[in-house]
Ligand binder design. Sequence first.
Ligand code: NAD
Length: 500
Amino acid sequence: MTDPVTTTDEQPVPPDQILVGGLWRRGGGEVMTPTNPATGEVITELAGASVADVREAVEAGRLAAADPSWANLTPHERARYLHRIADLLERRAAGIAALQTLNTGKTLAETRALVASAVGTFRYTAAALETGDGELTTPRGPYLTMTVQEPFGVVGAITPWNSPIASDAQKVAPALAAGNAVLLKPAAWTPLVSLALGRAITDAGLPPGLVSVLPGGGATVGDAIVRDPAVGMVSFTGGTSTGRHIAGIAAEKLMPVSLELGGKSPTIVFADADLEQTVAGILYGIFSSTGQSCIAGSRVFIAREVYDDVLRALSEATRALRVGPGDDPRTQVAPLVHHRHRDGVAAAVDRARAEGARVVCGGGVPEGETFANGAYYLPTILDGVGNDAAVCQEEIFGPVAVVLPFDDEDDLVRQANDSVFGLACGIWTGDYRRAWRVARRIQAGTVWINTYKQLSIATPFGGVKESGLGTEKGRHGIRTYSRTKAVYWGLDEAPLPWAR
Ligand code: NAD
C-alpha cells in the first residue's frame, strides 16, 4: 500500500511531481513556490501543470470513466474504493495535517480536524452511494417509469486555499461516487495537501487516469479545465468574481456548474442572548481560521440596548486571544495564508479607517520576534460605520469583524439582507419563536441558532444570491455530480393506437 514517495509522517513534503492522467511526474507548467506563512520560508519548488498536461489528463479521465472496469461497477463496489481512500487518509492524518499547517499556517488542531473531515466525507459518501435509490415514478399510462443517475464523464474540481483537504474531499468523493473521472485543481498557494490526497487515491488502487491533481494558476490551468469540451461539469469553490467568470464560460458550453462563493455573513445578538455563549460563538465564528472562512460571521449586529455591554465583552475576549504559529498548541489565531493576503487584509482595515470606522481592538500586525517574518494580523473589531460602508459590503477574508447596532427585528432583517452575499447567518437569542422567525427571513444558505460554524457532511450546503449556485454535501450530494435519465418501459401488449 505504501511506496517510497508516499506522504507519511516521516516524509511530510511530497516530491516535485503532480498526478497527470494516472502518472506521477514533473509538471510541464510554471514553477510554484509554496511558502510557510509563519516564517516566509519557501517549503519546496513544484512545477505545476501546463495546458498540455490538462489536455492529457482530460483524455485519460474520459477513457478511464468510460472503461467498463469503472463504468460498470455496482455502487457497493465503487464505495469500497472510497473506504480505502478514507482508510489511507486516516493512517496518514498526522503527516497530512502537519503538511497543511506548514503550507497554510493554520493551527494543527484545525488541520487535524480538516483531515478528519475529509476522512468522514469519503466514508459518508460511500454510505450514501451504497444506500441511494433510483426512483420508480408513478405511471400515467400503460408503462413503467423510472429514473437512473448517470455520470457527466469528466468533472473539474477547482478549490481555494483556505481549507484544501476538506474542500477537495467534498468534491472528489461525490464526483467519484457518481462514476466520474475528476480533475482536481488546488489553489497555487496551497498545492501540497491536494497532492497528498492524490497519493492516497492512487495508493487505494483506483483505475489509473480516473483522478488527476493539477496544481497551477487559475487563469491557465483552471481556465483550461473549464473550457475543455470533454469536461462535462465543474464544481468550483472560491471568490465570487472567479465564480461569475466560470459561470460565463459554462453558459457558452451549456455545462452545469456548482459554485460555492464568498460571503459577508451576519451574526445577530438579541438582548436576551446568553452573553458567555454568544461571545464564545462570535469569536469562533470570525477569528477561527484567522477569519479565512467563507462562512465567517464578519458582520456582527447587536441589539442597541445591549450594544455597549456586548461590544465590551467581545473586545476584552478578543484581546485575550493567543496569536502565534500554527504548530504551537496554545495558538488560537495563526498567520494568514500568505504575506500578500495579509497585506490585502491590512489595506481593507486602512480603507475602513478612512471611511470613518473606529478600531475597537487590533487593527495592525502584532509586534515581537515571533511575528517578525510571518503573515500575522491581529484579530480586529471595528465599529462606527453604517452597513453601506465598504467594510460591511466587501468580503475581507481575514480576522476582521465589523459591529453594528439594530433597533428592532425589521431594522435588523433589512440591514442583514442588505448585502450581495447570502451564505450564512448566526442568531443568538433565548426566544425560539423569534429565532425561527428571523431564520426564515434572512437570505442565507445556512443559519445557525445559538451556535456557529458547525458543519456536517450530512447536511446540504450552498449559498444564495452572489454566494453561490447549487448545493453540495448531504444525502443527495452525489446528484450534483450526475444527470438524471428517465426510462419508460412499455407494458401494453397492443401497438400504440396512433399507428394502427
Ligand atoms: P479564487 O477565486 O481566487 O480561487 C479559487 C480557485 O479558482 C483557485 O484554485 C484558483 O486558482 C482558481 N481560479 C482562479 N481564476 C480562475 C479562472 N479564471 N478559471 C478557473 N479557475 C480559476 O479564491 P481564493 O482566493 O483561492 O479563495 C478565497 C475565496 O473562496 C473567498 O471568496 C471565499 O469566500 C471563497 N470560499 C467559498 C467557500 C464556500 O463554500 N462558499 C468556501 C471556501 C472559500
